[in-house]
Every structure is written in C-alpha cells, then in structure tokens.
Design a binder for this molecule. Structure first.
Ligand SMILES: Cc1cc2nc3c(=O)[nH]c(=O)nc-3n(C[C@H](O)[C@H](O)[C@H](O)COP(=O)(O)OP(=O)(O)OC[C@H]3O[C@@H](n4cnc5c(N)ncnc54)[C@H](O)[C@@H]3O)c2cc1C
Length: 556
C-alpha cells in the first residue's frame, strides 16, 4: 500500500527540514550523543526490557530464581513433547560422530570445521537448510580486516561498551581476535564482500562502533554468507543433512554426557533417535516468542527451542533479562510490520525524524539507546507519526542516501529493500520509511565458554542460542561474526571430543524425568509443552501436524 494523502502531507515536513539538515551535516554537525547517565536513564524509562512487569522469576531448573521475560519462562517451564518411559532408546535410527542441531550460520560453520577435523557429521534442522536468521542478515559483519586506525582492541572495547560491560570478557576477546581470520576464511570460500576500486574491502560504521569495521555484500550479507557456506557443506562428503527434522529432546548417557537426541519428522510425523559422540546446539534465537507483544524480524523457526533442550539437560541460562529491539522495523505498510530496515541506512548517514521532521537522537547510538529514544519520542513527547491502522512510528529519511552519496546509490546499496518497497508503491529513494522498534535478537542464552563447551560434557553450543558474547545489548555486525567464530570453535572441539574423550554407555532420558518431577513440584500445568517448534499462530493444519498445543507425549 502506497502512502495515504495524510502521510504524504506529513512527508512534506521531512522534505522542508532536509536542506538545512544536509547543510549542517556537511559542516560536520551531528546530533549530540547521550552521556552514559542519560543513556541509562533513557533505557530505564523507555526500553521494553526495563519496564515494570517485564520479567518473571523462573520456577525450575539450574537457573531457578533468575528473572526473565515471561515468554521465555513459559517455554523453559514446560513439559517435554515426549514421554521418556515410552521411548525405546535401543532403537537407533542414525549414528554419527557429531550431531549438529540447527542449519543456520553457526551450525553450518560448525559442520565444516567438524568435517575438516575428520568427524562424520550430521546436521538436523527444523525447516530447510539455511531457513534461518543468518540468511536474513542485512547490515553486515564486524571485523578488523585491514591495517589502519582500527585494531581488535577497539573492537573489544566497543563490544563491551555496547553490552553495558555485562559481556563475558574471554568470549569477547575470542570474538575480536578471531574475527579477522574469519573474513579471510569467508573470502577463501567465495563470499563476495563489497570492495573499493583498489580491491580493498569496503568498511562502514554501525551504531556503537568507534571505527569503520562493518563488511557488507550490498544489503544481503547474510544471504551471501549462508549461500556460500551451505553450498560448501552440501558439496562435502562426510556432512549429512536432515531437513524438516527438529530436535525435541537431548539424550544423555549414563555418565551424564550428551550422546544424541530425539528428533521429530515434520513430514511423516514420526519420532526417531540419533546417537552421537558429541552434540552441538546451534538453534538460533527466539524472536517468534514476540516478547512484550512486539513484531519481529526473525525467521519462522526462531522459537527458542535450543534454550529448552539445553536447559532440560542441565545447562544454565544467562543475560536473557534484556532483549534486543532493533530501532528501525517497518511500521508501514501493515503487511511489512516488524520487517528489518537495517542499521546500514543510519550508518550511511540517514536521519531519524519525528512528525515535525526534526532529529531527536544521534543515529549512531547503540541499538537499545536508539530504540528507547524512538519509543520516548512517540509515547512521551507525542511526536510520532500515526499510521492508518493506529500504529505509531518515526521517519527514516532514506532519500538522503542519494543526496549524500550520489544519484543511484540507494538502489545499489539497498537493492533488497528498494525492490520490496516498490511492490508496495513506495520509492524509498524519494520517500522516507516509517519505522518503530521491532524484536530482533536474543541478547543472552545458554551458558558456554570460549571453547564452545557447556557444563554438560559432549554438549557444545554456538550462535544466538548462547549468552555472554554481547552482554545486555549486541552491536550490529557482531552476531554474524559470533556465529562463525564460535560455530567454527564448536565444530573443531566437538570433533576432538568425539575422537578422544567420548565414552559409550547406556542412553538415558533420566534428565527429562527429573525435570518433570521438578515441574510437578512447582505445579506447572501439564498442558504446557515445549519446544514449541513453530509459533502459536501457525496455520492450524500445520500446528496439528506438529502437535504444538495438544500433544500429550508418546512416541508413535
Ligand atoms: C532480519 C535479520 C537481520 C539481521 N542482520 C544482521 C546483520 O546484518 N549482522 C549481524 O551480525 N547480525 C544480524 N542479524 C542477527 C544474525 O543474523 C543472527 O543472530 C545469526 O545469524 C544467528 O545465527 P544462528 O546460526 O545462531 O541461528 P540461525 O541462523 O537462526 O539458525 C538456527 C537454525 O536452527 C534451526 N532450529 C531451530 N530450532 C531447531 C530445532 N528444535 N531442531 C533443529 N533445528 C532447529 C532453525 O530452523 C535455523 O535453521 C540479523 C537477524 C535478522 C533476523
């Protein structure tokens, strides 16, 4: 749907203030950044994670007492989809050295390194291989890739600052020191990053970065990376892939080490068992839980399953008390609500404007501070722009791109978004986009260390399912790097574990029985079942098939 005449009227105000804003920008002026104290105050008052009632105490498991969003508590405080007493763990359907759960960036990178380390590897994924948040990433990937003013030292400080110093320092150290070699690895595999005429990689600014270190492939960086590593994995011997096969429970052995998983075939509706010497959890995030009722940028399978699987097996969770709301999700047209409008726009100099066409925040503030400022502008200041369906947002002045960087720059740099909005009758090279914060990223997750290990021997984790790398707020471009750095580490170390440390032994689901006892003690409703696998609003026919809400637990 194109802009209505009322909205077009409001766009005039944006056009009126544009020449002066551009002139001031040309003189080097930028909207003042907030002090640390101002930023904290703004978060406390306006960020959805800091609102009264936004957290609830977890009643069961190893992180019992930790206060989390109710939507995450709900999946962690749930019964298994399977009845452990009715499963024959003697009937093994697949056997492998390494089982990787999740076919996104972290899982696929892990598979490549596990295979290179000589391990027989099986990726099991819920939807198709590559149906994942990694595929959708747009804004780019952070690394210090060339000599100059930047160094991993500044990348380290920026990451800690962006995360409110709640990050686990050793994880950040690993991220920033391995990042440069990951860029080389990706280029070696064939990833085509944008380059300057002299052949050097182009680098850009994103929020919270003190130096330019964001690498992009136009606005489809995730697609370019995922396409390349998926092709590589599919073409190598020793990596098998099971699609439409979500894991619903981990299996341990009698020593308490991870030794496989129970999977569910979404097509045949059958459960089956995979036995493995080591397991890697790479199931990504939980945007589809719609924390706080927000729309999301996330793919359909992002339902926090890995948190559930790891938690039941005894791995604690951390840093889940804050959620990342990306400042700029589309709010118009209605069918695009929640869709990511990447930070790369702001990195290229685009202004955020209220209904009077005025700037109200420095566009390069970290995401949480920027999102809180938009919410404040709309709610407290009453300066939001009303959409025809009663939503409210602010303008992202995208026509500035061509004015700042030359005619045709927007189409070249943001081809994906340009084409999408054209379908709605909006030319974003000439008209601004209406935006509002959207649920984007799970800041925390399962506890793990810089070797990719969890506290359960034989169980590794990587990517958005983990917590600690990004503290309480992730910087743009750091997640793509996180999934590749820690995916690679997990793949390599899991292969080593499988070769040198894995012990056989009787398979058990006793951890599920123990968890069920705890749930019973805490009085948790028997109808609450997880992992939920797909969002509650999925097509009822699909929901019936994957038994999200009514399954009592048995093996067919
Ligand atoms: C629209 C969008 C844009 C983004 N842009 C950027 C960016 O520019 N830069 C950046 O650094 N970050 C960006 N991010 C964040 C980043 O893309 C993700 O955090 C990251 O790719 C997550 O990778 P992952 O491998 O951990 O998870 P994913 O890539 O999401 O992969 C997880 C996989 O696990 C599967 N899975 C889930 N549950 C199960 C189960 N029970 N059993 C088996 N498989 C399961 C999923 O289906 C999926 O295939 C963006 C995110 C989104 C949504």
């Amino acid at each position: 749907m194109a802009y209505t005449s009322e909205l077009k009227q409001l766009i005039r105000k944006v056009e009126q203030t544009r020449p002066l804003r551009l002139a001031k920008r040309g003189e080097g002026w930028e909207f003042p950044k907030m002090s640390l104290a101002e930023k904290e105050e703004r978060l406390r008052r306006f960020h959805p994670s800091y609102k009264d009632g936004s957290l609830q105490e977890l009643k069961v498991g190893s992180s019992k007492g930790y206060r989390l969003p109710p939507e995450i508590c709900a999946i962690l405080e749930s019964w298994s989809r399977i009845d452990p007493d009715r499963i024959d763990l003697g009937k093994i359907d697949y056997e492998t050295d390494i089982l990787i759960i999740g076919g996104g960036g972290a899982g696929t990178a892990a598979a490549l390194l596990a295979q290179e380390s000589g391990a027989d590897t099986l990726i099991a994924t819920k939807l198709r291989h590559g149906d994942a948040n990694t595929m959708m990433a747009e804004g780019g990937i952070q690394a210090v890739s060339q000599p100059g003013k930047d160094s991993p030292y500044y990348h380290y400080l920026d990451t800690l600052g962006g995360g409110h110093f709640a990050n686990i320092p050793q994880l950040v150290f690993t991220l920033v020191t391995q990042a440069p070699s990951v860029i080389q690895w990706l280029e070696g595999l064939g990833v085509m990053f944008d380059k300057k005429p002299d052949g050097n990689l182009k680098v850009f600014h994103l929020g919270g970065m003190s130096r330019k270190r964001d690498h992009v492939a136009a606005d489809i960086t995730g697609t370019e990376i995922m396409r390349t590593i998926r092709d590589e994995a599919r073409n190598r011997d020793g990596i098998r892939v099971l699609e439409f096969s979500p894991v619903v429970e981990l299996v341990l052995n009698e020593q308490g080490h991870c030794a496989g998983a129970i999977l569910y075939n979404l097509e045949t509706e059958e459960y089956f068992l995979v036995k493995a010497k080591a397991v890697i959890l790479a199931t990504g995030g939980s945007g589809r839980l719609h924390i706080g009722g927000f729309p999301t940028t996330n793919h359909y399978g992002a339902t926090g399953d890995g948190l559930v699987l790891g938690y039941r097996a005894g791995v604690g969770v951390c840093l889940l008390h804050t959620t990342q709301f990306h400042p700029t999700g589309a709010i118009f047209p209605e069918q695009a609500e929640g869709l990511l409008i990447s930070e790369k726009f702001r990195g290229a100099g685009v202004h955020l404007l209220n209904t009077d066409g005025e700037q109200f925040v420095c566009e390069t503030e970290p995401r949480d501070a920027c999102a809180s400022s938009i919410i404040r502008e709309c709610a407290r200041m009453g300066k939001g722009v009303l959409t025809p369906v009663g939503k409210v947002g602010v303008w992202l002045d995208t026509p500035m791109i061509d004015l700042l960087h030359g005619e045709g720059s927007l189409i070249k740099q943001f081809v994906g978004k340009y084409k999408l909005f054209r379908r709605y009758g909006i030319d974003i090279a000439k008209e601004p986009i209406l935006v509002y914060p959207t649920l984007h990223y799970q800041n925390g997750g399962l506890k793990f260390d810089e070797e990719g290990e969890t506290c359960v021997p034989g169980l590794y984790a990587a990517g958005e399912v983990t917590g600690g790398v990004h503290g309480e707020n992730r910087l743009g471009g750091n997640s793509l790097m996180d999934v590749l750095v820690f995916g690679r580490i997990a793949g390599k170390n899991a292969a080593l574990y499988a070769r040198e440390k894995a012990q056989g032994g009787r398979l058990t689901l006793d951890h599920v029985r123990r968890f069920h006892q705890e749930l019973k003690g805490a009085g948790v409703d028997r109808k609450k079942i997880s992992p939920i696998l797909l969002p509650d609003y999925s097509n009822p026919l699909v929901r019936d098939r994957q038994l999200t809400t009514n399954y009592e637990g048995t093996i067919r």
